[in-house]
Structure formats: structure tokens, C-alpha cells
Design a binder for this molecule. Structure first.
Ligand code: CA
Ligand code: ZN
Length: 295
């Protein structure tokens, strides 16, 4: 099943009309526009002319038959095919170093043979990732620029090929949507953009009955990770640590204090992004130290 960018949304909301209803398990292909709705694709395109109302689109939402509140939506990222060029920006007043920037600047960066050609001398190996992916919250609308318990704009470099995400289903059908792929991005996304790029994403979607996590959980071959977004990095780090402890307790044959010791030795608190309305932090724990390394 293939979904084009004809139908997009700018928020995660239970009132959005689904573009389709699918039976799962299913593998689907979803095309995504970049975070500027592909408005900055040619050398002459400028941020000054950008229609900001048409930014951060997500393709979807897709209604997952059988997904009910309290369930877990399991989404495995099989493949991310990115376009032949992406866009990166430096914008006055935006991000953690925008106060050092004068004016609005964007740059088109060609992507060829697995490298982003930033300049003649600097070629960066790409690691495509999905910036915005999530499900509808129980109530209200959350714009696609904001992360949260529903996922959304987590801008997490670990949301890449081979990763599996576990989302808490809050509404009937879950209402999965995604967009904002980056060909490459540094942790923090300090200048407010990654290498923003249109993409085709292949995902495998499944339902796990019950077990809804509080915040999205990520798994790959090596680790489990809890992804938490809060007003501050400090709050997010504390909540991510707590949630990882709760996640580990039933999966380890150890007292709480022993788990905390282990978390302190081999667990990593890492920054996803620090430039969106809420800051996103992940707690990453290696599976090899878990007694039962499964969701
Ligand atoms: Ca983003
Ligand atoms: Zn982006």
C-alpha cells in the first residue's frame, strides 16, 4: 500500500479525516514532503517568501483498524529513501545559536551516493531519520511542530532505518501520520533544521493489545530507549530516567537500587532536540544487560 503527499495534516488530532483505513500487520510506503512543504527547493527560493502556515506537514493520518485506546502501535522503519537534495537553514533568532545569525539563510545541499555534499570539501555521510511521527492525542490538537506523549516532532536521530517505535494509542484507529524527514541531523538540531528533505518511507505497522507506554519507546538491535518531551531538558531527563527505570523493573531480576546502579553505569541520557516548543530527551539502555530484552 502506498500513500502520496496529496493528503497531509498540520496537526495530530482525533478529528482529522483519515486518508485510509488499513488492516495490520501491514507494510506501507508513505511519501513525505519536507518540513517547508518543499517551498525551499531551488537556489532562488528564500525564507523571506516562505508561507509559514504551510510548514511541518505530515502525511496521513492513517486509521489502523482494531487499534483502541490503551493499545500500543508498533511501527518499524524498514527503509527511508531520500530525495537528491535537501535544505538546511540558519535563521536569525532561531535555535540555540540564532542570536549569532544575521538574517535568514538557506542552502540547498545535493545528496549523492550516500553523502550530503555540503561543500566541495565537506561531504557528510547521510543517516536518514524521521523528524515527525506519531498518533493522535486523546483530546485536542497538537501541531506537527510540537513533540509529546503522542510522538510528533521528536527530531530524534535514532528514529532511522531499523528502529521500531512503540506509541501509546489514545484514540480509535490510532491515526498515524509522519513527515519531516532529515537526510542527516546533529543531536540538538541547534540551528532548527536538519537536512530537510522529501522522502519515501517504508514502515511495518502492528498492534500490540494493551501495554500503552506513557511516552514513545524505541527499540533497535542494540538498545531500548524512552523518548520524553518536556518544557526543559532537566525535566525531560528526569522523567526519561524514571520511565526507563519503570520499563526495566519487570524486565530485570534485580532490586530497584541495583537497576539504578546499572543505569548509572551503562545508560545514557541523550538530547534529541532543544529547539522545539518542548525539549526532547531519550534515555538509552543496552539490551544486552536486560534479563528480558523485549517490549
Ligand atoms: Ca522537526
Ligand atoms: Zn525537520
Amino acid at each position: 500500500m502506498k500513500f502520496t503527499t496529496d493528503k497531509i495534516v498540520f496537526d495530530f488530532c482525533k478529528d482529522n479525516t483519515p486518508i485510509a483505513a488499513i488492516d495490520v500487520p501491514a507494510t506501507i510506503e508513505v511519501a513525505t514532503k519536507d518540513c517547508f512543504s518543499n517551498q525551499l527547493r531551488e537556489p532562488g527560493d528564500t525564507l523571506d517568501a516562505l508561507d509559514w502556515d504551510d510548514t511541518n506537514p505530515a502525511t496521513g493520518p492513517i486509521f489502523i483498524n482494531g487499534a483502541e485506546p490503551g493499545d500500543t502501535l508498533k511501527v518499524t522503519i524498514d527503509k527511508i529513501d531520500v530525495d537528491a537534495k535537501g535544505t538546511v537553514c540558519a535563521i536569525e533568532g532561531e535555535g540555540t545559536i540564532g542570536h549569532k545569525v544575521v538574517g535568514s539563510h538557506s542552502k540547498i545541499v545535493p545528496v549523492k551516493d550516500g553523502f550530503a555534499e555540503f561543500s566541495d570539501d565537506i561531504k557528510i555521510p547521510i543517516k536518514p531519520m524521521i523528524g515527525v511521527i506519531g498518533v493522535a492525542p486523546e483530546e485536542g490538537s497538537i501541531n506537527c511542530g510540537t513533540p509529546g506523549k503522542h510522538g510528533g516532532n521528536m527530531d530524534n536521530t535514532m528514529v532511522c532505518e531499523g528502529a521500531t517505535l512503540y506509541f501509546p494509542v489514545a484514540v480509535e484507529g490510532a491515526l498515524l501520520a509522519l513527515g519531516d524527514v532529515h537526510a542527516v541531523m546533529g543531536d540538538g538540531e541547534v540551528g532548527v533544521t536538519g537536512l530537510e528533505i522529501p522522502a519515501d518511507v517504508t514502515l511495518t505497522v502492528e498492534i500490540i493489545k494493551g501495554q500503552a507506554p506513557e511516552y514513545p519507546i524505541l527499540e533497535n538491535d542494540e538498545v531500548f530507549s524512552v523518548i520524553v518531551s518536556k518544557e526543559t531538558v532537566d525535566e525531560a531527563a528526569e522523567a526519561a530516567s524514571e520511565l526507563m527505570l519503570e520499563f526495566l523493573k519487570p524486565r530485570m531480576e534485580m532490586q530497584t537500587e541495583e537497576i539504578v546502579m546499572l543505569m548509572s553505569l551503562v545508560g545514557n541520557v541523550e538530547i534529541c532536540q532543544i529547539v522545539d516548543p518542548l525539549k526532547t530527551v531519550r534515555f538509552v539502555f543496552p539490551k544486552k544487560y536486560m534479563t528480558r530484552a523485549e517490549f
